[in-house]
Write a protein that binds this ligand. Structure first.
Ligand code: F3S
Length: 278
């Protein structure tokens, strides 16, 4: 079987950095607790648990060792509580997310009413909101133009969840313009998601079947699968190499492969080598 791997696939810079940080802590014999599962990849989370990494949902559940902050980042209040409880902190907030947090705080300090373009309830977005509010701003989450508050007043500052699309940001900005509102815009979109989607779609157009590897709980992997399905109806979202034997790949000569931003390289290599000998 010929396998075509998308040019950009698998763990993005921020996820790989978080994984490397935890590996280094474990190598140094540190007791590690992550605030929430480190990444949206059940296999990786299980492996880390087998290496002694605990997962806590709240700082209160941790009484010793080092607390690892995930690549999504946290609110400033959570960081304060980690320090107040005398715990060591390893901050794996992706530098792109940290840039968005700093932008939210800066807009708030400039006196803006802050709009965070993103998904309400997502940990990164909760963090961005909290950074703006901690600097005294009123802040709202907007995913669609209909979410823009009716009582909006200038000056308005816009900051964006790193995984949002440019199209979505444009929709919001056009809606603001239509209301005669000008905004200071901090475009904090990270290109990793866009590159994965673009190159996955390119591969999906050339193959008989497409395999999308990544956690079923990973929204970016699910989105990759949806995009590939649009041009390749035989698209399969699998979480591990163990699922490959169940796929209907009859008559396929060329298979495309991509992986979500929470999928480490070794998992992609495993799947690729199995597909190649089918
Ligand atoms: Fe960071 Fe972009 Fe990944 S913000 S965590 S490199 S998707």
């Amino acid at each position: 079987m010929q396998v075509i791997l998308a040019e950009f696939a698998g763990a993005c810079y921020g996820v790989q950095r978080a994984l490397d940080m935890v590996d280094s802590l474990l190598e140094a014999g540190t007791s590690v607790t992550t605030l929430g599962p480190l990444i949206h990849n059940p296999q990786v989370v299980r492996k880390l648990e087998s290496q002694g990494v605990r997962v806590a949902e709240d700082v209160d559940e941790v009484d010793s060792g080092t607390v690892v902050i995930r690549s999504h980042g946290v609110t400033p209040q959570v960081k304060e509580r980690i320090c107040e409880q005398g715990l060591a902190m390893a901050d794996a907030t992706c530098p792109h997310v940290a840039r968005a947090q700093a932008a939210a705080a800066e807009l708030a300090q400039e006196g803006c009413r802050v709009l965070v373009v993103g998904e309400a309830g997502h940990p990164e977005v909760e963090g961005l909101l909290a950074y703006a509010k901690a600097c005294g701003a009123a802040a709202d989450v907007v995913l669609n133009p209909k979410d823009i508050p009716a009582d909006l007043y200038e000056p308005v500052g816009v900051v964006v969840q790193t995984t949002q699309t440019k199209d979505n940001l444009e929709d919001i900005l056009n809606a603001l313009e239509a209301r005669g509102i000008s905004a200071t815009v901090k475009d904090t979109i990270c290109s990793a998601t866009r590159k994965r989607q673009k190159t996955a779609a390119e591969v999906a157009r050339q193959v008989d079947a497409m395999v999308v590897l990544g956690g079923k709980n990973s929204s970016n992997t699910t989105r990759l699968s949806e995009i590939c399905s649009q041009s390749c109806p035989r698209t399969f979202h699998v979480e591990s190499a163990a699922e490959l034997s169940r796929l209907d790949l009859d008559d396929c000569k060329v298979i495309g492969l991509t992986a979500g931003a929470s999928t480490p390289e070794d998992q992609i290599a495993d799947v690729r080598s199995i597909l190649e000998v089918l």
